[in-house]
Design a protein around this ligand. Structure first.
Ligand code: EPU
Length: 421
């Protein structure tokens, strides 16, 4: 298991290319299972989770390869096996998004039920409710979800849950409805840009999806879908993470391949904190005012502040000039980074789903343990600004979702090395 060894204190300056979005790429890769023909996908990042989805697609009869420019080609060759096994699903929860496509295309699917993970319990009841409304019969067998349907028919489906809508649940129902007979209306649909990107890919394949990006998505089913070419949107969470790196190190970063329109809440929060974010062609330039202002921030479904940036923002607020409150409304237990930040000298008190962060003058390097993807990113950020050396253990978590992060950070002046344990 690799570690990162980070000597903090360097000011980051220079340009960083932002990769394609992990959370857009994964459901889009799953959607290739709906099609007859070859899809060419640009901007799919080279990440552990993408490799895991590649292996899963191969298990399910698809051939997946990349050309020398990194463009991914996917073609389904054999529709015999419709089983996403526990061994894959336990490694990557996003494996659940093969459920909708396999049900619609192969009429029978078996997907291991995902368990909880470091960010809390992660039910899939809304996914199942949506697929049942389309006509699927669903049972649980030996820890697997087994779904069958002779035919799927359009329906009105409400996907709101106790914590808002569901991103991958919306994706699953949208993909299944694309090949259902008649019209499906999803109410309380997730509005995330990744859902919009999936709809754009489905439409390029010949689907008829309208309203993605709003809480009502209307899908008119079609008989078949072809392969299609598609470019994946930039990763708004990776971009936000590098914005926070610039702010923490009093640096100046030019981020290429950013859609600020997908980041309104994050940019608003950063500006309130004193970070300067300016649009720059197809990207953004980010620099920090020396003083970090405290802020109260609450995570919400899109277009609210994303839960996937909560941990990284908490690191920034550790160095603010005053008290901040960070409230987690999507995954109330997503605070694994807090105990590790305390080891680095942060002053954070947790009260239920709220972290009260009292700014300190400095963080101090320490050995810390990564627990999940975004918590790991928060610890790397803390290491970049801490006095002395920080060793982040178990960086495989960060490799799941950040493409070549240490190479990108080194190129702008960070002192970060990867080491085997
Ligand atoms: N929920 C239910 N029932 C369901 C599904 C979800 O109650 O059937 C609840 C969840 O427990 C949570 C809330 O609804 O409280 C939202 O969960 P959602 O289903 O939207 O999460 P997801 O689709 O499983 C995606 C991202 C996550 C991101 C969340 C929220 C991917 C591959 N994953 O997960 O990304 O945090 O949306 O925006 O797209 C990450 O990249 O680090 C990551 C965890």
């Amino acid at each position: 298991m690799d570690t990162f060894i980070i000597n903090g204190g360097n000011r980051l300056k220079g340009a960083i290319p932002v990769s394609g979005s992990k959370n857009a790429a994964l459901p889009i890769m799953a959607a290739t299972l709906l099609s007859d023909g070859v899809s060419a996908l640009e901007g799919v990042p080279d990440l552990a989770d993408v490799r895991c989805m590649t292996d899963l697609l191969a298990d399910l009869g698809a051939s997946v390869g990349r050309d020398d420019k990194g463009k991914m080609r996917v073609c389904v060759e054999d529709e015999h096996d419709s089983h996403a096994r526990y061994d894959r699903v336990r490694r990557m929860r996003a494996s659940i998004c093969v459920l909708g496509p396999l049900l619609a295309k192969r009429k029978r699917v078996r997907v291991a039920m995902p368990g909880g993970c470091a960010i809390g319990s992660r039910p899939v009841n809304l996914h199942l409710r949506g697929l049942k409304a389309l006509g699927a019969e669903i049972e649980l067998d030996g820890g697997d979800i087994v779904a069958t349907a002779k035919k799927l028919s359009g329906a009105e489906i409400f996907l709101g849950g106790p914590f808002g809508s569901t991103v991958l649940g919306t994706a699953n129902v949208m993909m299944a409805a694309a090949l259902a007979e008649g019209r499906t209306t999803i109410e309380a649909a997730a509005c995330e840009p990744e859902v919009q990107d999936l709809a754009a890919y489905l439409n390029a394949m010949g689907a008829r999806v309208a309203g993605a990006g709003t809480p009502r998505i209307v899908i008119d089913g079609v008989e078949r879908l072809t392969g299609a070419d598609h470019r994946v949107i930039p990763d708004r969470i990776e971009a936000g993470t590098f914005m926070i790196a610039a702010a923490l190190t009093n640096g100046e970063l030019k981020l290429d391949n950013v859609r600020l329109g997908h980041m309104l809440a994050a940019v608003d929060a950063l500006r309130r904190i004193g970070v300067v974010v300016e649009p720059d062609g197809g990207g953004a330039v980010v620099s920090s005012a020396r003083r970090i202002e405290p802020a109260d921030v609450t995570t919400q479904p899109y277009p609210g502040f994303p839960t996937d940036l909560q941990a990284q923002l908490t690191t920034l607020l550790c160095l603010a000039d005053g008290n901040s409150a960070v409230t987690e409304k999507i995954f109330p237990d997503r605070f694994m980074h807090v105990a590790e930040l305390l080891r680095m000298g942060a002053d954070i008190r947790k009260e239920g789903p709220i972290a009260i962060v009292t700014g300190v003058k400095r963080l101090i390097g320490a050995p810390v343990m990564a627990s999940d993807l975004r918590a790991s990113a928060a610890l790397v950020l803390a290491g970049l600004v801490a006095r002395g050396t920080t060793t982040v253990h178990r960086v495989y978590h960060i490799d799941r979702g950040y493409e070549h992060i240490e190479t990108k950070l080194k190129a702008v002046g960070a002192d970060i090395q990867r080491a085997g344990e």
